[in-house]
Design a protein. Structure first.
Length: 123
């Protein structure tokens, strides 16, 4: 289900009311012009899965934190912040994976070096 980032909290609250109280994972996808943040949630009792898709502009990459609803979101949000450069609003994300990283661009964005469609090998 595609949702706007402004409606993320209400969509999660609605999902939890329907029994989607288990966070499977959160990840991001770089579509070159924009980023897509994907929230995979599960209703264990009914054995149902739901996918929440949030499209965010590449130049204004942020989503609100969901750790209030899912404590397991902590590590996924850290990974998105470090690897995709997504700002997680409502919390401070301390670097763990790239603690000594001095690069400007997030390494899993397609605009980063070898992931760029215009990257040319020096061979």
């Amino acid at each position: 289900m595609k949702i706007d980032r402004a409606n993320l909290a209400s969509a999660i609250e609605e999902g939890m009311a329907q029994g989607f109280d288990y966070l499977v994972k959160i990840t991001a996808v770089d579509n070159i012009a924009s980023l897509q943040v994907l929230y995979f949630v599960r209703n264990i009792a009914q054995n149902k899965d739901e996918l929440l898709e949030v499209d965010i502009p590449y130049s204004d990459a942020w989503v609100p934190t969901v750790t209030k609803y899912y404590a397991a979101a902590d590590w996924y949000e850290r990974e998105m912040a470090e690897m995709f450069g997504v700002d997680i609003r409502g919390r401070h994300v301390r670097r763990l994976l790239l603690e000594k990283w001095d690069g400007v661009e997030a390494p899993l964005r397609k605009s980063f070096g070898w992931g760029s469609p215009t990257y040319k090998s020096e061979e």
